[in-house]
Ligand binder design. Structure first.
Ligand code: MN
Length: 477
């Protein structure tokens, strides 16, 4: 993605330079180096002009005489809004690590964070760029501060990058931070990975040749590359598998990028005809994307010389999205997405990013002074989501804990209002049954059915509850 330049951007650079004049970073460099680095990161991510300008100015309101009003006058409401959001987020930062405990002070900070975040997800993207550059220059800080920032990165920022499917960012942040949190463990694991890669190099070369030959024969256009496992993800996986390295199957992984979805499946067939697939290790994230929108087919095979290799197959578009996530959506869909955020429209967001909309709805409620159950909010933000299916095979994205009525109202309120029963995976079930990931849900309706107040107890999502209450009020009249 190319560097952006415009009179507005250049003007912002001039203003930031003046504002930060005489300030220095802990590294000894003039302070302006930092906002300019953030600018560059946002450009690399392909962000829009307003976001880049806000990135250049992100520390001015907090640390310089420049005011939000000055920014508004020079660059307009949108930029001022983003800078304000980043400033609020910085203030809330200290409390974020204690989200679980809901101490009153924490809750306050968390609220501010949510309000800032909920308004415009670009605030978070600027904050991620800010954090990334601070991590890259972390060595200049005193050890205690290094650890604090590194820990916070592992607990909050890397998971959020993952939530936005910004794969490259997640890996870079997590590995850099882990190095500060546990330097000894980092070195050990890095050594394991390096030695493993070295020992696998020769057979990997042979595999690449075999694959290339076979795919050429099928006339499939492709790009092949090796993927090195990140240190932090190995650390997490080992913890899950009792430190048994033999249960880690993706230490060697090859990535194949092809032109379209059909070629993804053809390529899978080619790989399985060359090598023996390990049973239970084929994951089709194309048909069933991960909750953050990630798509790819993963398969683990055993090669002729008894090596375990994981293949990841995806299209160029899926690859772009897996590396840059939501930022990539901005790049491709910049205007539309931004406009829709502002209008509060949800239908142009990919369904697997609906949690962002939930966040925005909650933020709006908070601003109006309405009561919000923070426990539920946290659930929506951090807990897993499930994907269930209609009998026709449409995928519906719901929060974990959703019930059949949530599903029905998600399909259409006409369906929700006339529910008489539900079949789950072809069997009659009941409306109190929690839906599971992968369930096929068939809602049975009758024209004569009308909504009941008691249904409120059989609902999990605010969305369904709202639709039902709407209908109940209408019936009363
Ligand atoms: Mn900063």
């Amino acid at each position: 993605m190319k560097e952006k330049s415009s009179p507005r951007i250049e003007h912002a650079v001039e203003i930031a330079k003046k504002a930060h004049e005489g300030q220095f970073r802990k590294t000894g460099e003039p302070y302006i180096v930092h906002p300019l680095a953030v600018k560059k990161i946002l450009e690399e991510w392909g962000m829009d002009e307003d976001t880049i300008i806000a990135g250049i100015l992100h520390d001015t309101v907090e640390d310089t005489p420049l005011t939000l009003n000055d920014i508004k006058k020079e660059f307009g409401e949108s930029v001022a809004f983003l800078v304000d959001g980043v400033t609020k987020l910085s203030n809330a930062r200290d409390g974020m690590r204690d989200i679980d405990t809901y101490l009153p002070a924490t809750r306050d900070n968390f609220l501010r964070l949510m309000i800032a975040l909920g308004d415009d997800i670009r605030v978070l993207i600027i904050k991620l760029a800010d954090r990334l550059h601070n991590l890259r220059t972390l060595s200049a800080l005193p050890p205690e501060k290094q650890k604090k920032i590194a820990k916070e990165t592992l607990e909050v920022f890397a998971p959020l990058a993952d939530r936005l499917n910004m794969g490259l960012l997640r890996v870079e942040m997590a590995d850099m931070a882990f190095k500060y949190v546990d330097p000894k463990r980092y070195a050990e694991l890095k050594d394991i990975i390096d030695r493993y890669n070295k020992s696998a190099a020769r057979s990997l070369k042979k595999i690449e040749q075999e694959i290339t030959e076979a795919l050429n024969k099928e006339k499939i256009k492709f790009e092949l590359s090796g993927r090195v496992k990140s240190v932090y993800s190995l650390h997490k996986k080992l913890a899950k598998h009792d430190q048994n390295i033999h249960e880690i199957y993706d230490l060697t992984a090859l990535r194949i990028i092809v032109e379209d979805v059909t070629d993804c499946y053809l390529t899978l067939g080619v790989i399985h005809s060359l090598y023996t697939p390990m049973s239970g290790r084929i994951k089709d994230y194309i048909a069933m994307p991960k909750q953050n929108g990630y798509q790819s087919i993963h398969t683990t095979v055993i090669t002729k010389d008894k090596r375990v290799v994981e293949f990841q197959i995806r299209t160029h578009e899926m690859h772009e999205y897996a590396e840059h996530g939501l930022a990539a959506s901005f790049y491709y869909n910049e205007q539309k997405l931004t406009e829709n955020y502002k209008k509060g429209k949800i239908e142009h967001l990919p369904t697997n990013l609906l949690w962002i909309t939930e966040l925005q709805t909650t933020a709006a409620k908070l601003r109006e002074g309405k009561k919000v159950d923070l426990k539920k909010l946290k659930l929506n933000l951090f807990a897993d989501r499930i994907f269930v299916y209609t009998p026709k095979g449409d995928i519906i994205d719901l929060p974990k804990g959703a019930l059949p009525l949530d599903f029905a109202y998600r399909l259409h309120s006409e369906i929700g209002d006339h529910v008489v029963g539900v079949k789950i995976n072809g069997k009659m079930s009941n409306l109190s049954k929690k839906l599971e990931h992968g369930d096929i849900v068939e809602i049975l309706t009758s024209k004569n059915q009308t909504p009941h107040t008691s249904w409120l107890d059989k609902m999990f999502t605010p969305h369904a509850r709202q639709k039902l209450l709407h209908q109940l009020n209408k019936d009363k009249k």
